[in-house]
Design a protein around this ligand. Structure first.
Ligand code: FES
Ligand SMILES: [Fe+2]
Length: 315
């Protein structure tokens, strides 16, 4: 019997789950700036109003379909279409047509809820257009002078968020892909939209061996915080946003607690370099794997099945 997935479907679940997903970083969007984006198989525009609020709209104008990202302009709190200068307010409603007496009631553009936290701009994606059902936490370490300014890394990967995030409970792969000296025991807990794991590692480090603890908190499918302690305290904000049904836009932000000590800065650089390499070790597996609805698991695999159960609330 064949064990491969039907060729028309790479994933046995909804590839566009509900949740908060990063669309940009705060530092990449100045007041008055407009960006073209493609996520969830849609063309979108992200802009920051002159007053400083980030907003995300569908790209095409409801009038005659111009793409607002090609020549559109931020005007105060509104976005102006390049084609006939209709303007849309923060709620996506047309509030100005320079040559009409009456604004049609259907002159509204699609909008998405946006929050900006921890230097990250996130959109709420909901397949039925519903409002957010949970919040993204503020991380006290981001912006704290004891921690380095977050360093951002970017990859485009032919994989879904599930294949990537599920790594945190896949305890056996830590040994075979990431070189831990043994298979690290991994515990998982769920609290509503939050999935929490804790793993204890022994790794080879310069000058010998060292112990490390890895704590992972998933706030829904799109925002994962990893805290690593042992060698030097390190935080990763891991975000993977679907571009389309095949590809994800992955951006990690790394920050390390150096407390302004230059010797620790060198260690921080080495740790971030190693973490990037560790992530890249997974890429060939992800880009070429099948995703089975019910993988054949064994007793040493870790809480993979629980992770799948948790994610089904979003998919
Ligand atoms: S297409 Fe946008 S104003 Fe006409
Ligand atoms: Fe991994």
């Amino acid at each position: 019997m064949s064990t491969t997935m039907p060729s028309e479907s790479r994933y046995p679940f909804n590839v566009y789950p509900n949740g908060w997903f990063r669309v940009a970083f705060t530092e990449d969007l100045d007041p008055g700036e407009l960006k073209r984006l493609e996520y969830f198989g849609k063309k979108l525009v992200l802009f920051r109003s002159q007053g400083g609020t980030a907003r995300l709209f569908d790209a095409h104008c409801p009038h005659m379909g111009a793409h607002l990202g090609f020549g559109g302009e931020v005007v105060g709190e509104s976005l102006r279409c390049p084609f006939h200068h209709w303007e849309f307010d923060g709620d996506g409603k047309c509030n100005k047509i320079p040559y009409a007496k009456k604004i049609p009631s259907k002159a509204v553009i699609g909008t998405y809820p946006v929050v900006e936290k921890n230097g990250v701009i996130l959109m709420w994606h909901d397949r039925s257009g519903g409002e957010p059902t949970f919040e993204i936490p503020d991380l006290p370490e981001i912006g704290d002078s004891a921690w380095t300014r977050p360093e951002i890394a970017h990859w485009e990967i032919r994989a879904n968020w599930l294949d990537m995030n599920e790594n945190c409970v896949d305890q056996a792969h830590f040994k075979y892909i990431h070189g831990t000296l043994s298979i690290p025991p991994t515990e998982a807990k769920t609290e509503g939209h939050i999935h929490r794991t804790e793993s204890h590692f022994r790794m080879t480090i310069p000058g010998g061996e060292g112990d490390a603890t890895l704590l992972t908190l998933d706030h829904g499918p799109g925002f994962q915080i990893v805290r690593i302690s042992g060698l030097i305290d390190t935080i990763l904000m891991n975000t993977a946003t679907p571009i389309d049904e095949e590809r994800s836009d992955v951006r990690f932000a790394y920050t390390v607690k150096t407390e302004g000590d230059t010797r620790k800065t060198h260690l921080a650089e080495a740790v971030i370099k190693d973490l990037k390499q560790q992530f890249e070790n997974d890429i060939d597996i992800w880009e070429n794997k099948a995703c089975f609805k019910r993988p054949v698991l064994c007793d040493g695999d870790g809480p993979v099945a629980n992770y799948r159960k948790w994610y089904s609330q979003f998919a």
